[in-house]
Design a protein around this ligand. Structure first.
Ligand SMILES: [Zn+2]
Length: 81
């Protein structure tokens, strides 16, 4: 089964491929790619814990303080109105 409505903007999605029991679809409006069925929270936690342990996000973590500084500046800026 293919979920054909975007979770974010509720516009129509297009099926792009199937892989390991999941159908992947892309929203024609916001370009979000999502899976059907949605993985459970437990499945997502296991996936990312394994990926972190394997070092898949090493580069991202090396920049995390810089990203946080940019994010904090953005939040401060956006709250000024
Ligand atoms: Zn969308």
């Amino acid at each position: 089964m293919i979920m054909n409505v975007c979770l974010v903007c509720h516009k129509k999605q297009q099926h792009i491929f199937a892989y390991q029991g999941f159908d992947y679809s892309r929203c024609g409006n916001c370009q979000l790619v999502s899976t059907y069925p949605l993985p459970s929270t437990e499945t997502i936690e296991k996936h990312y814990a394994k990926r972190f342990a394997e070092g898949n996000y090493r580069l991202l973590r090396s920049y995390s303080e810089r990203y946080k500084a940019v994010y904090d500046d953005f939040v401060t800026f956006s709250r000024r109105g």
